[in-house]
Design a protein around this ligand. Structure first.
Ligand code: GAP
Length: 468
């Protein structure tokens, strides 16, 4: 990572220049921390989601999918604990007016000073705000921006976005934008179980948008207020949780390696007791070494029977499972691997970025895994002459049903190669004047830059081998 000290800036600028990610609503001056995926970004993100779905759902006997609505009955969020517990303790520095998260300030202080003490009545997210403030005063913790130590009272700020359904805007019509996709799975547990006659252990997967009114969004698409999650709720009898947790741990790790991420940039980190979310009794995160430090990519949480038990209570519906062979009846426990799609896209871009010197010039290249690459093959006629472009378009027609192809006849061939390197296209295929007589094209490999002459008739077989 040290190889490119300004890597993040390079990725932000490449993302705009080459159509991966743009600032949201840019022509109106933007809307802070919103990002739009451009033509290359949407292909990359779709490829990531496809790989995830194939690996975690289609290739497994024990996982099925759902796609639940974003709007849910607001009682879901009472049962899940999000109405009561999904909030950050906020306060302002009276001197510089900086808005701060009291829990983060304490965390940073404890890390720096190696002070192991905790605020009185410490209960993680649910610690009473006045106890946090007492601790901050007692330890004389200062504002990180101005060094002041005079703060306002702490207010609990709920992270859920609220809106209204229908024409009235009274409290009866208030609903939330879901802050995690997981609850859409829990509320469908019984439907899925009954419609497919499943028996734990089994998992239900979902990919979709989630929304959180984050206090401190930032680092490009790392922390945003609207983002996409890829989640599995894996249901098990309680006695199996440790075994299945270990299996999901291995699967998760191998998923990131499958994406081609460098293993030395990945690590597991277990949450300490005081850091656990309200629903979890064990969580380990896969973290990536981002330019600003280690950051979470995936959380693997043991949610016990917290969710199904609470939904049973709140809805009055029986969400237990009765084993037809033993007649044993129980509420399944749940292990949850939860991935961020946008965060993973950012990670893929950072990890794949490379600069190489070629003939005294810098070549920027995204060394993307071929399955992730937005474009698989670029078809480049040497010039715009009809006799070359018509062959190039025929080749396009031959390959288009199996690969994402880019056809480009503008500018010099060197510039076109550079453009394709920057978006990580594994192969460029050039149609030149020799093609007219030898019925072959030049195929250039992105990473080695080696070129091979391949007969047009053999291209389908050639790429079948390259992409398998
Ligand atoms: N259902 C459990 C859950 O939502 P989480 O750790 O809050 O757990 C899971 O989120 C994943 O979602 C994270 O590992 C991260 O990849 C992604 N994520 C969470 N908040 C995000 C945000 N504000 N912006 C982008 N991605 C986010």
């Amino acid at each position: 990572m040290e190889k490119f000290p300004d890597l993040m800036q390079k990725i932000i600028s490449l993302s705009k220049r080459r159509g991966f990610i743009f600032q949201g609503s840019e022509i109106y001056g933007g809307l802070s921390n919103t990002w739009d995926y451009g033509p290359m970004g949407v292909e990359l993100k779709n490829n990531l989601k496809k790989i995830w779905w194939k690996y975690f759902v289609q290739e497994r006997e024990d996982v099925v999918g759902t796609d639940a609505a974003i709007f849910m009955n607001p009682r879901v969020w009472e049962a899940s604990g999000h109405v009561g517990g999904f909030s950050d303790p906020l306060m302002d520095c009276k001197k510089c007016k900086k808005r701060l998260r009291a829990d983060k300030l304490i965390e940073e202080y404890r890390e720096k000073s190696e002070d192991a003490t905790l605020p009185e009545n410490w209960a993680g997210e649910s610690t009473p705000p006045e106890k946090l403030l007492e601790y901050i005063k007692e330890k004389e913790i200062k504002c990180p921006d101005c060094g002041g130590n005079n703060f306002t009272d702490i207010r609990k700020f709920n992270l859920m976005f609220k809106t209204h359904q229908g024409v009235t805007e009274d409290s009866g019509s208030q609903i939330y934008l879901r802050p995690e996709t997981a609850q859409g799975i829990f509320v469908n547990f019984k439907n899925v179980l009954q419609s497919l006659h499943l028996k734990p252990p089994f998992g239900i997967a979902q990919i979709g948008k989630a929304f959180r009114n984050e206090i401190t969004p930032g680092n490009f698409t790392f922390r945003t207020r609207e983002f996409e999650q890829m989640e599995i709720e894996y249901f098990v009898p309680e006695k199996l949780w440790k075994e299945k947790y270990a299996e999901l741990e291995k699967l998760s790790w191998n998923f990131f390696l499958k994406l081609g991420l460098k293993e030395e940039n990945l690590r597991w980190r277990e949450h300490s007791k005081d850091e656990l979310s309200h629903y979890s009794s064990k969580t380990c995160d896969v973290e990536y070494k981002f330019p600003w430090g280690w950051g979470e990519l995936e959380g693997l949480a043991y949610r016990t029977d917290f969710d199904l038990k609470n939904h049973t209570k709140m809805s009055g519906q029986d969400l237990s499972f009765q084993d037809p062979t033993t007649n044993e009846k129980y509420i399944p426990h749940c292990i949850e691997p939860s991935f961020g799609a946008d965060r993973t896209v950012l990670t893929i871009l950072l990890d794949a970025y490379n600069e190489e010197e070629v003939n005294g010039e810098v070549r920027t290249v995204l060394k993307l895994n071929k399955d992730l690459a937005p474009i698989k093959i670029a078809i480049l006629p040497l010039c715009k002459k009809e006799k070359l472009t018509s062959v190039a378009r025929d080749v396009f027609g031959k390959l288009k049903s199996n690969y994402a192809i880019w056809y480009d006849e503008t500018q010099s061939i060197g510039k076109r190669y550079r453009r394709q390197d920057e978006i990580g296209t594994p192969y460029c295929l050039t149609v030149d004047f020799d093609t007219l007589s030898d019925k072959a094209v030049t195929v250039r490999d992105r990473d080695s830059m080696e070129q091979e002459r391949i007969k047009i008739d053999e291209l389908e077989k050639y790429f079948e081998e390259k992409f398998n």
